[in-house]
Design a protein around this ligand. Structure first.
Ligand SMILES: [Zn+2]
Length: 251
């Protein structure tokens, strides 16, 4: 499990990023019992109640869900259709664990110790381009009156730019990021290959919102490089039920 130095300072929250350690935890109806057992083990080891979990049907968008209560059935379902479609959650209710599921995309955890408000974001390239993290910070300002200068932002394990080769992506990604992040190292070329840095782009988006530089932390784990321990969509040719879970629980 990877934990943030910044978030470790706050005893009122429990947080972490978990890779393959507890086995497959994704949605497979045929392996329902195993998946639920693995989730139980994960929740127990990570010290949050299984019944407190909130998960989303992440769709690479910018919808933000304001969470006010846990939904216990989410913990034990392997039916993705019953989950709300959104890519971020915010809450100031105690007893809820916000969970973001990834495999190369950037999981982002947010915490404001003054207003005791938490957030969790799924930022792949589309969400990053459409500023899902910035919109989540705005939502926290509106909903909980947080001040961005006291907000902490933590990016968990994700694919690093050296392994995020976008040369063959024909969706215009390189130009789109170049336009959105001029004069930066968010996209770059090396030996005729093109690369995209999701950590750097999300960091810039946070700075634009007034987050302090020393309140931003980034994991040095690359999910692609360490795909033995972490779920990596790009490293795994076949889709499986492994997922990285990043969680934040306000006690
Ligand atoms: Zn890497």
């Amino acid at each position: 499990m990877w934990k943030s130095k910044i978030l470790n300072q706050f005893p009122e929250i429990v947080h972490g990023c978990v890779g393959k350690k507890y086995g497959p935890i994704g949605f497979i109806p045929e392996q329902h019992k195993l998946i639920v057992k693995n989730r139980e083990n994960l929740a127990q080891a990570c010290m949050f109640p299984l019944d407190s979990m909130r998960i989303l049907r992440q769709v690479h968008g910018t919808q933000i869900l304001r969470v006010t209560h846990p939904v216990p059935t989410q913990a034990t379902t392997t039916d993705t259709q019953i989950l709300p479609a959104a890519d971020a959650m915010v809450s100031n209710t105690c007893g809820i664990t916000l969970i973001i599921r990834t495999a190369d995309c950037v999981p982002i955890l947010l915490y404001d110790p003054k207003e005791k408000a938490v957030g969790a974001v799924h930022a792949g390239w589309k969400g990053t381009l459409h500023n899902v993290v910035g919109k989540t910070i705005s939502e926290m300002r509106k909903a909980f009156n947080i001040d961005p200068t006291s907000l902490n932002v933590v990016m968990g394990p994700a694919i690093c730019s050296r392994h995020y080769d976008i040369t063959t992506c024909d969706d215009g990604r390189y130009d789109l990021f170049n336009e959105r992040f001029p004069n930066s190292k968010v996209v770059y070329s090396n030996k005729e290959r093109l690369f995209l840095d999701l950590f750097e782009s999300n960091k810039i988006l946070c700075l634009e919102q007034g987050i302090q530089q020393n309140h931003i932390e980034q994991s040095i784990i690359c999910t692609f490089e360490e795909s033995g321990q972490w779920a990596s969509y790009r490293a795994n040719k076949e889709r499986d039920a492994y997922q990285n879970w990043s969680f934040i629980y306000l006690k």
